[in-house]
Write a protein that binds this ligand. Sequence first.
Ligand SMILES: [Zn+2]
Ligand SMILES: [Zn+2]
Length: 570
Amino acid sequence: MAGYDLETIRHSAAHVMAHAVRNLFPGVKIAIGPAIEEGFYYDFDVKEPFTPDDLGKISAEMTNVIAAGREFVRKEISRDEALGLFADEPYKLELIRDLPEGEIISIYQEGDFADLCRGPHVANAGDIKTFKLLRTSGAYWRGDERNPMLQRIYGVAFPTPQELDDYLKMLEEAEKRDHRRLGKDLELFSIDDEVGPGLVLWHPKGALIRTIIEDYWRREHYGGGYEIIYTPHIARQDLWATSGHLDFFAEGMYGPMEVEGAPYRIRPMNCPFHLAIYKSRIRSYREMPIRWAELGTVYRYERSGTLHGLIRVRGFTQDDAHILCTPDQLDSEITRVLDFVIMILSRFGFNEYGIYLSTRPEHYVGEPEGWEKATAALRYALEAKGFSYRVDEGGGAFYGPKIDVKIKTALGREEQCSTIQVDFNEPERFDITYVGQDNAHHRPIMIHRALLGSLERFFAVLIEHYAGAFPLWLAPVQAVVIAIADRHVPYAEKVAADLRAKGFRVQVDDRNEKTGFKIREAQIQKIPYMLIVGDREQESGSVSVRSRAEGDKGAVDVADFIKTLQDELS
Ligand SMILES: [Zn+2]
Ligand SMILES: [Zn+2]
């Protein structure tokens, strides 16, 4: 058993699953079954979607296949043999036909089940010690909505039952924290098919949290030496030709719309607009570095099958900024951005990160030399700060290398968040310059950076990290005053007014319901403080405080409670 990596175990489990499905559903056509980061899946062409009952049967049959303990045997076969072997499997035939001439074709055979596969696999099906099938979903063949819809079964496999157990517990916790579910329960946002998939509607409470985030962001940016700008959401198609987006980012862009005979495009990025402001007049070395930030909403085409809540959407707002600097300012500007990233993220309670340096991808603009300089600058900044990082070879943007900061959430996951990209190419494409001390024109360097990434994705991460129980400064409702009886409502209103006068977000629950019911509801809404008021509190000018985190805290003078809140916020 030792020596198999997770991927080998999981991919082998996918084979066993396909074997089991074929035993149980004669006539099923099999597509592909890879190991993925979270486990494995296999896609099947069946008449009816699999039911939970089917999953139980497939699982039992997999156990039989594993118990039989047959070996996985690798064979190399010719193209003709492969076409013959998979004559009844149209998806396999398509894959075989797509293989380049001369490519070695291998199959893995386990009992009477053979699959087209490069491997590797476990030596024996009996080496799969523990697995679990999780769920099914529809999936288009090759992820393309013009192709047939297949039925995908997801599963996980681990070397030991303990690891599987831990994983399932984590999944359960993740489900409780799922931002799509909490977004609905707490009325934070929705996505409406009539509006369009991947397009987010921010409801009042979600919008309030966003406003708090944006206000904080603006304050810190002005304080941090940035200027804030606003730019349009559409531009002439020519602009996107100049920037290189039409050549390198076309599949992420929506089609042209015609305005007075000229094609326009909705923006997938904000950068060209910032350069247009730069170009509006001659710039001097004295103004450098220029740091321009924008909460810029962009639109990108993502296949409907890949959309996911707020994590993967079609319209989103980046907390974008572009820094234009001289070559000798580059190192210090990158360091400064790194410091800014760490400061901003820690404010939201994120103090653990995974840091990645992504280098030149296969398709790129500009000269390799510029890429090397840019990569070296990023590496230098990371090393100067003493950050440990991993290198993602070929993971850079088409215009430059980048540092990505992924935050570790309460679920132990890493979520993509901040990005810092160095770009020698865009300034050249737009031919921007500054006048140097020598009175000659020089080319500035551009840094693209986002700290939160997109507000949508960041909000999803926040919701899941806090399980919807936002810290006081972000909570849309910070306290609810609960009147025990109707006669206490005027006093409840007065308490709320006192708190509001101090800038707190407070609601009064004056409904004719039992106090216990109101408390439960406030708990479901994850409101940080419940202030219960009855005769006693009314007479003494106090509130009975119930904290979301700590439960009952007894009666407290209103003035003292205000002081507690102020302390917690500072
Ligand atoms: Zn395989
Ligand atoms: Zn940019």
